[in-house]
Design a protein around this ligand. Structure first.
Ligand code: FPP
Length: 248
């Protein structure tokens, strides 16, 4: 297998000033390991998989379609990812559906993404309930336009009883933003005397992240061939295995 990874930015993410790097990497995978003898313990499944859904625009453009059509295909891929996690028994799936950075995209694209989210929230509800999926949001749902926000809130409430898979939608999400907000809450606790500075720990900070209650990310997948982390789950994916996929 060979892969080409590059760091050039196509969508408003700003690389550090003065740095322009192109990195070409060829991965040679070893021959598949022989199947373990019957009775030996299977390799444990990741408990929490997170996906940076990238490459939608390029997927569409390479087929002479509009960018929003690529996002629509991305929304269909969400269904397939959910089916796969459900079948495999992966209990937590977190999707980077809309980043804080995405607000900088052209208004027409932002509106198309909001429409897709609204449609997803309304159309998929029955299927998600049937599959035992509980939907929750990480990030700042309040930033979204009213109709999208209400559709997502409705979906969250309607699927609250799901016990098979927890689907976390990262909406208006940024890892630094989430950390800064958590730090602010901790600072308020210290300022009010409810918390001593020496009591501030990783575990305490974690409780104030919008991802609280989720286990650490075991596997972080990025589609579309790029290799950046893009401000996604900076705290939670500290020890995650990365899978950079060329597929769009
Ligand atoms: C990045 O592709 C993808 C996004 C900014 C949005 C992802 C959203 C969806 C797949 C649809 C809505 C989500 C749900 C959960 C229904 P890109 O436009 O940056 O692609 P490019 O790198 O080719 O430009």
């Amino acid at each position: 297998m060979s892969a080409f990874l590059h760091t050039s930015s196509t969508k408003g993410e700003t690389p550090p000033a003065g740095i322009s790097v192109r990195l070409s990497l060829t991965l040679t995978l070893p021959a598949p390991a022989p199947a373990p003898p019957t009775g030996s313990p299977a390799r444990p499944l990741p408990k929490h998989v997170a996906i940076i859904m990238d490459g939608n625009g390029r997927w569409a453009q390479s087929r002479g379609k509009l960018r929003w059509e690529g996002h629509a295909e991305g929304a269909r891929a969400v269904r397939r990812a959910l089916e796969a996690t459900g079948k495999l028994g992966v209990p937590y799936l977190t999707l980077y559906a809309f980043s804080v950075n995405n607000w900088n995209r052209p208004r027409i694209e932002v509106e198309a993404l909001m429409r897709l989210l609204t449609r997803f929230a309304r159309k998929e509800q029955a299927e998600l309930i049937q599959q035992g999926v509980r939907v929750q949001v990480v990030g700042t749902l309040e930033d979204l336009p009213g109709s999208t926000r209400r559709a997502v809130e409705h979906l969250v409430a309607a699927t609250a009883g799901g016990t098979r898979t927890t689907l976390s939608l990262a909406l208006s999400y940024g890892g630094r933003n989430d950390l800064a907000r958590a730090a602010r809450r901790v600072a308020e606790e210290v300022a009010s005397g409810r918390l001593q500075p020496e009591e501030v720990s990783e575990a305490h900070l974690r409780q104030h992240l919008s991802t609280h209650g989720l286990p650490d990310v075991d596997l972080l997948i990025r589609t579309g061939g790029e290799s950046r982390v893009s401000d996604f789950l900076l705290f939670e994916a500290a020890y995650a295995v990365l899978a950079l996929l060329l597929v769009m």
